[in-house]
Design a protein around this ligand. Structure first.
Ligand code: GLY
Length: 384
C-alpha cells in the first residue's frame, strides 16, 4: 500500500513515538491530561474533584490518554501501558456517580478506555462500564427529531434540541453495544442519528454544520450554529473530520453504502481545501488573518482518509492515501516536538476559532496522530 520512501518515513515516526511515549507515560502515570502547562501535562482528574462540572473528571477528552496507552500497549506489548490505561479507566468511574456532568461524549470517554480494555483483556468490569455508558448515550436520543442530544443546558441557554456533528464519533459506542449484546436498539438509535445527520448537517458541497438545533417536541430544524468554527455557515475543520471519520465508522459498522458515499463526499471537500502547506486552519472559511490553525483536525482527517483508502481500489486509493500522508508528514516535519521540552507531540491544536488561546497541545491531537501512524503501518487497535 505504501511506497518504500513512505515506509522508511513511517518507521522513523514510529521510532520517535515509541521513544517519546516511553518517558511521557511514566511521568503521566497517574494523570488524565488535556493540555500542557509550561511543557508538562495537566491533570483533568484533579480539576473540581468534588463538583459535578463537566470540565473535571467528566471532561469529554478524558478517554484519550487511556486510548493512547492502549495503542502503545498494542504496538509494543509492554505491560506498563496497559496498567496506565487501567488507572485512567478506573478514575472515570467517578463520572458515573456525578451524572450531571455527563453528555453525549461518553463515546469519546469509554470507547478508548473500557471498550478497548474489554476487547484486549475481556475484563467483565470494563464491559459493564462500557454498556452503562452506551445506555447513557442511548438515553439522550430524541424520538421526534431522530437525533442524540449533545450537551446539557449551558449557563446561558436551553440546549434540549441541540445536536452536534462530533457525535458521529460517539455513536460507535452504540454499534459496539449492539454487537456485544445482540440487542438491536443501540444500533437502531445510532443509525437514526447518522441518517438525521446526513440530512441536516452535511451540505451539498461536502462541508458540514457544527451545531443543528431541532425543535425538541416536533423535531423540525430550528437553526444552525457556527459552534467552534468562525461563524454560522462556515466550515470548522475539526467538525469536517468528525463527520468524515464518523460516517466512515458508521459504514464499517453497518455496511450502509450511503454512509460510505457521505464520508467520501466530505473527504473530497476536505482534500480540495488542504492548503499547499499541508497545515489545516481552524475553519476553512476563516479570514486570512490572524493565522489560526488546528493540528488535531489534520490528525483526525488522516485517520478517516486511511479508513476510506483501505476500502477502495486503484487510483481512488491513492487519492485518499496521499492526502493522509501529506497531513501526517506535515505534522511530523513542522508541527511536532519530539524533545523532552514538552510532554505533548503536536503543538498547534485549537479548541475553537474564538477561544482565547490558540496553538497549544491537545491530547486528542496526539491520540489521533498516533492512531493514524499505526493505521498506516497496519497495526492499529480498532477502538471506534
Ligand atoms: N467534541 C468537541 C471538540 O471537538 O472540540
Amino acid at each position: 500500500m505504501l511506497k518504500e520512501s513512505d515506509r522508511v518515513w513511517l518507521q522513523s515516526v514510529i521510532d520517535k513515538i515509541t521513544r517519546k511515549m516511553d518517558w511521557v507515560s511514566e511521568k503521566t502515570r497517574h494523570k488524565i491530561p488535556y493540555t500542557t502547562i509550561d511543557g508538562t501535562y495537566d491533570d483533568r482528574s484533579a480539576v473540581n474533584p468534588s463538583g459535578d462540572e463537566a470540565d473535571g473528571i467528566c471532561w469529554w477528552t478524558n478517554g484519550f490518554w487511556g486510548g493512547m496507552m492502549w495503542l502503545m500497549h498494542h504496538e509494543t506489548g509492554l505491560e506498563k501501558y496497559k496498567e496506565i490505561a487501567q488507572i485512567s479507566e478506573e478514575k472515570l468511574d467517578l463520572c458515573f456517580q456525578k451524572f450531571y456532568g455527563l453528555h453525549h461524549d461518553v463515546g469519546f470517554m469509554w470507547l478508548p478506555t473500557s471498550v478497548a480494555n474489554y476487547r484486549v483483556t475481556g475484563n467483565p468490569e470494563s464491559r459493564k462500564r462500557a454498556l452503562h455508558a452506551a445506555n447513557l448515550l442511548a438515553g439522550r436520543f430524541n424520538l421526534a427529531g431522530g437525533f442524540i442530544r449533545a450537551w446539557n443546558d449551558l449557563a446561558d441557554g436551553d440546549t434540549r434540541g441541540w445536536a452536534i456533528i462530533d457525535c458521529m464519533l460517539n455513536i460507535p459506542l452504540l454499534y459496539w453495544a449492539s454487537e456485544e449484546t445482540g440487542d438491536p436498539r443501540f444500533k437502531q438509535i445510532a443509525m437514526k442519528h447518522a441518517d438525521t445527520s446526513m440530512e441536516t448537517f452535511v451540505r451539498p458541497d461536502g462541508s458540514v454544520n457544527h451545531i443543528v438545533e431541532f425543535d425538541p417536541w416536533n423535531g423540525g430544524v430550528v437553526k444552525t450554529y457556527g459552534g467552534q468554527g468562525y461563524e454560522e455557515g462556515s466550515s470548522w475543520t475539526r467538525g469536517q473530520t468528525w463527520a468524515l471519520y464518523g460516517f466512515m465508522m458508521s459504514y464499517i459498522h453497518t455496511g450502509k453504502d450511503e454512509y460510505l458515499q457521505t464520508a467520501k463526499r466530505i473527504a473530497h471537500y476536505f482534500i480540495a481545501n488542504i492548503p499547499d502547506s499541508g497545515i489545516i486552519p481552524v475553519d476553512f472559511r476563516q479570514p486570512a488573518e490572524p493565522r489560526r490553525e488546528d493540528d488535531t483536525a489534520a490528525a483526525i482527517a488522516a485517520c478517516g482518509l486511511i479508513e476510506i483508502a483501505k476500502r477502495v481500489g486503484g487510483y481512488e486509493k491513492d487519492v485518499y492515501l496521499n492526502a493522509a500522508l501529506k497531513l501526517l508528514r506535515t505534522l511530523d516535519a513542522s508541527r511536532s516536538d519530539w524533545t523532552e521540552a514538552t510532554d505533548a507531540i503536536l503543538q498547534n491544536g485549537t479548541g475553537a476559532y474564538h477561544s482565547k488561546s490558540h496553538h497549544h497541545a491537545i491530547i486528542y491531537g496526539d491520540y489521533y496522530f498516533i492512531e493514524a501512524v499505526f493505521k498506516l503501518k497496519g497495526n492499529d487497535l480498532y477502538l471506534w
